[in-house]
Design a protein around this ligand. Structure first.
Ligand code: S3P
Length: 430
């Protein structure tokens, strides 16, 4: 349990949030399936990304750390070896699903399993199409739930319309398509984060997109290339919210990834009339920017449709933001929240209610009325890092302490979160 109590804090100064989780995972995977040594800087050393490293080491890939850089000695897809241990993916959905896409094309047997949260998350969205491509996969509930046993091999090219807007599913199928014999076509219902596609090009491969139709040809080989991981906008979102809801705040977040498939939170902050501004600092495939935020009054807004995949991980913290906004905020089209690390519709609504929020669950999202003065109390992360961080940020605006149960899970994506929170709340105003 972590007890948090602040006396009228404001959020000040400059902060660099840790590396992007999605890009960190992919840097290890692409480093491993390329030929040569890839150096990764800015890598997120959170538990999820460490699970990815661990799985690839178990497949014979030499991965070392030197002066905060990660070195991956890749030998191509064919250099990956049959693991003699279970591939344990911890709490990480991205590791589990993308790994399945890689394993599907490899001529050996492996077993993939994760923690108790992973054990409840649906894998048939990935295993069903991979089976149709030719992989042999089995597990509990007809291959829907971990532990999953995979015997990979020759894959047929495949045309597939994704039933859900999921970058994890899309990426798993792309990774399988890269190993198939021919052209794989994937159609997504809405555009999701495109870090996998950008990685393919970065490592010298090809992939094309026309509207929501993605084409990738098989038998591609990749060459090692260094990767710099930008700061994670999903982690930045907690501090942007902290600055938005506390008075007298003035925060600058440096070197944050601002890939447009991830910046839905910025659009929402602007829509809510927050004082946020972004200045892009490079023009790389994965663009970087500095984001500044000062406190202001907030207005409610409506969030749904194509915006949802661009801010899916930010919905817990947006719900907190909405408790401080004037009017009714409606979040819809977000059923996917039910199959995240926890059921995030229930978790957000029930935990924020414990602190006095006026919030209700709907079938596909939630409705929040604001502004409401939140109070302290006891609330539970439920083992979900983003719920834990949202509750910690809520404590900035309660008079009495917030006791956050199960705060350890925050190390999944932001091991230095509490240090950074106390740093920005202890900065002297300029
Ligand atoms: C991720 C995609 C998202 C997101 C997750 C990371 C990724 O999941 O929620 O935290 O790295 O591809 P879905 O694509 O399944 O929505």
């Amino acid at each position: 349990m972590k007890t948090l109590q602040f006396k009228n804090p404001s959020v000040q100064g400059e902060l660099k949030v840790p590396g992007d989780k999605s890009i960190s995972h992919r840097s290890i995977m692409f480093g491993a399936i390329s030929e040569g040594v890839t150096k990764v800087t800015g890598f997120l050393k959170g538990d999820d990304c460490l699970s990815t490293i661990d799985c690839f080491r178990k497949m014979g890939v030499n991965i070392t750390e030197k002066n905060d850089e990660i070195l991956i000695e890749g030998k191509g897809f064919s250099g990956l070896q049959e693991p003699n241990e279970i591939l344990y993916t911890g709490n990480s959905g991205t590791t589990t699903r993308l790994l399945l896409g890689i394993l599907a094309g490899l001529p050996f047997h492996s077993v993939v399993t994760g923690d108790e949260s992973i054990a409840k998350r649906p894998m048939n969205r990935v295993t069903d199409p991979l089976k149709q491509m030719g992989a042999k996969i089995d597990g509990r509930d007809h291959g829907n739930l971990t532990p999953l046993s995979v015997r990979g091999g020759t894959l047929k090219p495949f045309h597939y319309k994704l039933p859900v807007a999921s970058a994890q599913l899309k990426s798993a199928l792309i990774l399988a398509g890269l190993q198939s014999e021919g052209e794989t076509v994937i159609v997504e219902p809405e555009k999701t984060r495109d870090h996998t596609e950008k990685m393919i090009r970065h490592f010298g491969g090809e992939i094309s997109r026309e509207e929501n139709r993605i084409k990738v040809s098989g038998n591609q080989a990749f060459q090692a290339k260094d990767v710099h991981v930008p700061g994670d906008i999903s982690s930045a979102a907690f501090f942007l919210t902290a600055a938005a809801i506390t008075s007298g705040s003035n925060l600058l977040l440096k070197d944050v990834g601002i890939n447009e498939t991830r910046t839905g939170i910025i659009d929402v902050l602007k829509e809510m009339q927050a004082n946020v501004s972004v200045s892009q600092t490079n023009n790389d495939e994965e663009p970087l920017g500095d984001i500044s935020m000062t406190s202001s009054g907030l207005k409610s807004c409506e969030i749904g449709g194509e915006l949802i995949p661009r801010l899916i991980d930010e919905i817990p913290i947006i719900a907190l933001l909405a408790t401080q906004a004037d009017g009714q905020t409606v979040i819809r089209d977000a059923e996917e929240l039910k199959v995240k690390e926890t059921n995030r519709i229930d978790a957000v609504v029930e935990e924020l209610k414990k602190l006095g929020a006026d919030i209700h669950a709907t079938d596909d999202g939630m409705i929040i009325n604001g502004p409401v003065k939140l109070h302290g109390g006891q609330a539970d992360s439920r083992g979900d890092h983003r719920i834990g961080m949202m509750l910690a940020v809520a404590s900035l605006i309660t008079e009495d302490a917030v006791h956050v149960e199960n705060p350890e899970c925050i190390s999944v994506s932001y091991p230095s979160f509490f240090e950074d929170l106390s740093y920005v709340t202890n900065q002297v105003r300029n």
